[in-house]
Design a binder for this molecule. Structure first.
Ligand code: GDP
Length: 454
């Protein structure tokens, strides 16, 4: 929580750019139930009971400071993953990928008693491609007789499997000694930029009016070119003062440079979009109201959702809208953009300059939602109320209960529910919907994850 408080207080000073202290980051990756939590507890030197059986003691975050011998590092618990409707393999691998991107090294945990599953193999492929150091942990090797089970995991091609028993502590000291040889002294990836002007990506398919919008905004407002102490300003971005406040537009060079690629244009466009999102805090997705909302528009919006960035929708070329088209547009919005009904919508014309100034409060609202933190006490009271108002349906004689919940992260608000069993997707949607009704979160995606107590 301190890290996040620090983030917020740094964010108050619009000109200051700071880097958070960058301890090396170790991500713990693996399927549900392989014993990641047990291993993390063991590494942190906590007793099992502290986390597992005391509902009052909540885990406020998924990032921990760990120490071994004379060194410290950041441990990232990726345990909140869960299968989704699109298939467990894809979602676990995708989420692992994000965690791995943000880590200096990875502990890949496999249940030696189960062996490698197809999900594991999916993740292994991604890990190999990541070029990050990966340490293969063969968990649940409770005594020496089980070590051959661990040796089988050589076949994964991730090098030597380290047999451990997270539960009993067996092998963990050796594992950590090895971890220290792999982790760099200072993180190469955790240098997160915080503070400074807020970072905006202008996205949209070709010809929707991104560069017109940018030119109009930049043309009428002041372009700020000050060098900031301690940073090398990225020349592909542009800082613009709008209504007394400086914004940093990401990859303006890319927006202005017309891309005339016959082949693979889509691929490069989405690569560019992803790169811009990586750097941005909020995205303006520009749509062209003179044309139907296309799959490509929706795909770009989905990239924003996947990136967890805040979102504002700009409906451009409003000057070209007639009554007929307007009726269709409303229907299209209802049909194709229902999943982002929470995003502020601004109707603009980059050509005439209409309502461009309305983008600013929309961006501010979205960022404010993105930064929102609900205190654990308040959140728990609410979850209890929701569960009383609308209990989870009984499934084959069982009724999963929510034990407690907490907000694990901001940017975007991410909640974790600790439960006695899997919650129906419908029930999680209910919780998510009610959270939005109560707190708004206009312009920000929110995540509601669950963790089933084993
Ligand atoms: P980009 O590819 O998204 O950067 O799109 P551009 O900014 O290059 O715009 C594509 C075309 O749409 C150009 O011919 C613009 O003049 C036109 N355009 C952009 N915004 C508007 C608008 O608000 N109204 C009208 N009528 N045309 C626009």
């Amino acid at each position: 929580a301190e890290d996040l408080d620090m983030l917020q207080s740094v964010g108050d000073d619009p000109e200051a750019i700071t880097y958070l202290p960058a301890l090396p980051v170790l991500a713990v990756v693996g399927r549900p139930n392989v014993g990641k939590s047990a291993l993390i507890n063991r590494i942190l030197g906590r007793r099992e009971a502290v986390v597992q059986d005391t509902p009052g003691v909540t885990r406020d975050r998924v990032t921990y400071r760990a120490e071994w011998v004379d060194r410290s590092f950041t441990l990232v618990d990726t345990g909140g993953w869960e299968p989704d409707a699109r298939g467990i393999n894809a979602s676990v691998a995708a989420q692992a990928e994000v965690a791995v991107d943000l880590a200096d090294a990875v502990l890949f945990v496999v249940d030696a008693m189960v062996g490698a599953t197809s999900t594991d193999e999916h993740v292994v492929r991604m890990l190999r491609a990541s070029n990050k150091p990966v340490i293969l942990v063969a968990n649940k090797v409770d005594d020496a007789r089980q070590e051959p089970e661990a040796a089988v995991l050589w076949s994964l091609g991730l090098g030597e499997p380290w047999p451990v028993s997270a539960l009993h502590g067996r092998g963990v000291a050796d594992l950590l000694d090895h971890v220290l040889t792999v982790l760099p002294e200072i993180s190469a990836v955790a240098k997160q930029e915080v503070g400074g002007p807020r970072r905006v990506a202008i996205l949209g398919r070709p010809n929707v009016g991104k560069s017109s919008l940018l030119n109009k905004a930049v043309g009428e407002e002041r372009v700020v070119v000050n060098e900031m102490a301690g940073t090398t300003r990225d020349p592909v971005d542009e800082q613009v003062e709008i209504a007394g406040k400086v914004w940093r537009f990401i990859d303006t060079a890319g927006i202005r440079r017309r891309m005339n690629l016959a082949q693979g244009a889509d691929f490069y466009a989405s690569l560019r979009t992803s790169a811009a999102l990586e750097k941005a805090e909020v995205a303006i997705v520009v749509l062209d109201v003179s044309e139907v909302i296309s799959e490509q528009d929706v795909r770009i919006i989905d990239l924003v959702l996947e990136s967890g960035r805040a979102l504002v929708l700009a409906f451009n070329k409003w000057d070209m809208l007639d009554d007929d088209r307007r009726r269709y547009l409303e229907r299209e919005i209802e049909q194709d953009l229902a999943h982002v009904a929470w995003a502020p919508r601004v109707n603009i014309s980059a050509r005439t300059g209409r309502h461009l100034e309305k983008l600013v409060p929309a961006l501010e609202l979205a960022l404010q939602s993105w930064d929102t933190r609900i205190p654990t006490g308040k959140f728990n009271a609410l979850v209890a109320e929701l569960a009383a108002e609308h209990p989870h349906p009984v499934r084959s004689g069982k009724q999963p209960r929510i034990l407690f919940g907490t907000q694990a992260a901001i940017r975007p608000p991410t909640f974790v529910l600790f439960t006695t069993g899997f919650l129906d997707p419908g029930y999680r949607r209910f919780i998510t919907r009610r959270l939005r009704e109560i707190f708004g979160f206009e312009g920000s995606p929110i995540n509601v994850n669950m963790r089933v107590r084993e």
